[in-house]
Write a protein that binds this ligand. Sequence first.
Ligand code: NCD
Ligand code: ZN
Length: 389
Amino acid sequence: MLRSGVSRRWQESRPAHQEHIKAGRGAECHNAAMSPSTLSLTRPDDWHLHLRDGDALRAVLPHTARQFARAIAMPNLKPPVTTTALALDYRRRIVDALPKEGPGADFEPLMTLYLTDRTPPDEMCRAREAGIVALKLYPAGATTNSDAGVTDIRKTYATLEAMQREGLRLLVHGEVTDAEIDLFDREAVFIDRVLQPLRRDFPGLKIVFEHITTREAAMYVAAGDEQLAATITAHHLLFNRNAIFLGGLRPHYYCLPVLKREEHRLALVAAATSGSPKFFLGTDSAPHAAVLKEHAAACAGCYTALSALELYAQAFEAAGALDKLEGFASFHGADFYGLPRNTGRITLQRQPWVLPESLPFGAQQLKPLCGGETLNWQLIDEVVHEEPA
Ligand code: NCD
Ligand code: ZN
């Protein structure tokens, strides 16, 4: 029974930009005559990122810092980042791992806390004062390092009340975890069972529905008020679930929420390229050592930070919508978070290059998504010519 119990009430009032989502299937046409050879964008931000810690952090951080001015640092470390003090320590470790000069030296991590059943409401004032921007809701058991996650959303109501008061955003991993719900339906069921009541009870809380993967989620967000937005990953724009099984089980395409059918991918492409400010870039780049991906119980997560913008550019170009990339990558997220837009610029060049198959990851190896494949676009580091003294 596909999507049993999922109501369609929210589809009744549909703003104009949702028509793009309905028309998604026709959107993917590429007009070569209009293809530019360079793309200049306001420096973008990554609104959903896993930076890990220690050697792993040092291995992956330069990739993101070179591409993005800021990123939301997800708090699912082991142990999770549950307090302001832990988040400030983690922030310090991230800043210490940045390149001391050159591209990325000025990267700014935006810190989040991991919401638990027991997060004290009075921590919210401290969090806001310390510059924490959001809390992440992981339903317990939904994904990597989510064991300490929320077992029942009602247990967090006093904390959500305090977040709403303090202006802290709620970032949601939008999947139910009940064993009886099919894995591919968990996002759609989450909308009805959790998100809908949550938005009713906290109308002033800003919510980001993270890494949406379904047509239902894209339509739900498009139809919502300005308190609701969504991030979309590059891999969910580029691939459908066939990618996981083509020619054998391909664990590097396994992430959570899992890739869905083609109709869902098309709805996500339509949403991302619609120009709606409710959709913005969040890579969900989630590095795991290759040995743990190529494993009998493969870890969930795709590593995309090395070539994030190139992958998004590929997806937007395939949809004939390169002109919509800057809003999605550089403006909508900052506007939603109430942060200033970046002022610097980055340049992508149409210059085919082969993504490395493997990267060092501490003592281990990290395999980027699409490793060994050719990408059409390449981010170029601006060469700064020093004036002779
Ligand atoms: C993420 C990770 O590995 O931390 N994995 C993933 O598949 N996306 C966790 C998450 O965002 O769900
Ligand atoms: Zn994530």
